[in-house]
Structures are given as C-alpha cells and as structure tokens.
Design a protein around this ligand. Sequence first.
Ligand code: DC
Length: 222
Amino acid sequence: MGEKFIITIDGPGGAGKSTIGKILAKKLDYVYLDTGALYRALAYKALKEKILIDDPASLATLCRHTEVVLKNNRGHLNVYVDGEDVERKIRTEEVGLAASKISTFPVVREKLLDLQRQAGIQGGIIAEGRDMGSVVFPGADYKFYLDASVEERTRRRHQELLQKNSVAEYESIKKDMQARDRQDSQREIAPLKAPEGSVMIDSDHLSIEEVVEKIISTISIK
Ligand code: DC
C-alpha cells in the first residue's frame, strides 16, 4: 500500500472509532485525527470561561478569540487551545455533552472545517468523527461507518469507567449516550449519518481486531 489515502470513520459516540482509528493509523503508518477532540477543546474553553454554550453570539466571540492548532505527536494529531495541550482535560462526560451542544452551531463548525481539511491535504490520514465522509472529506478514498447498539456502547463505556475507578452508573451513561445520539443525528448541519458510499460495520458482535481486519481487507481489495 504505497498510496497515501484519506480514510474516514464516522459513527456515534462509543462505537470504537478512536480505538480502531489509532490501531489503523499505526498499522498503515498514517496520522490519526480525532475530530471530536476539536469540538471538545472549544467546549472545554467555553465551560472554563463560563460562556453560554447555547448562545450563537457568545460562541461566535469565543471562536474569534480562540486559537485552535493541531500538532503531530508521533502520528497522533493533538489539539492545542491558545497554546495549551488540552488532551487530558477534555475526556469528561461534561465536556462531551457540551461539545455535542456547541457542535450544532454553524459558527463552531466553520471555525474547525479548514483545520480538519488542511490536516488531510496530503493524504495518509485516518479521520474520525460524525461528518468526515459527508462534509469534511466527501472525496475520501475509503469511508467507513462504525455502529453499535446503544446497549453495547453503554456497556463498553461503563467498563472503561470502572477500569479507571470512576463512578459509573449504567443507566445514567445510557441516558447521556441517547441524548448525545439524538443531538448529533438530529441537528440541521452536518448531522451524524452514514455517508454515501461508506462501508457499514456493526461492531456489536465483533472484537477490535475483527473490525480492524475488516477495514484493512476492504482497503486491500479495492
Ligand atoms: O467523538 P466525541 O465523543 O469526542 O465527540 C464529541 C462531540 O463533538 C460529539 O457528540 C459531536 C461533536 N462532533 C461533531 O459534531 N462532528 C465531528 N466530526 C466530531 C464530533
């Protein structure tokens, strides 16, 4: 595989996109772009500065006064906000829900669009999110839509939190997951959906290795 493709993975939260994306990027020697981290980074700053996250004018001001940069850290494109590496601070449920909220506003999506496209301009990228194959990279070489039932995604998130010794309650994780699914797929711009021409993978009964294998074999066959 000498060519440097653009490979997109879209799907709902908790479907395994980041785990799979990181493994694929390593295997193929590609860079890995987690676009959810960009929305989370802006949401993190909004929460920190107590900006109204459902007010377009406040979000426009936030976007105007925030510098968001991606830096390649051994194949992983890390997000910096106003010079600060925020990777560790953006992984909470609170930031995730706020990211989902602010991502419904055009001003936020426009701010992050170019940055994402620039990252993929030379190919050799695994980009994951909600609108990778539909809006950001409609001409991607390979598009995947990774799905799993809400029960399975909740179970995985629950396990993950328990392993970190965090307080985790299955039913409340499931409720947050459903709220986020609704918000991400019912918004007007760039809603979560399987992009045209994408390969659908339902990971409910597949291991991480099996999903990676499916993707690699699709890429090699074409
Ligand atoms: O994948 P994640 O949970 O880190 O994403 C956080 C939120 O960011 C998600 O609920 C919706 C938004 N998002 C988006 O609108 N478009 C993307 N390409 C990626 C994430």
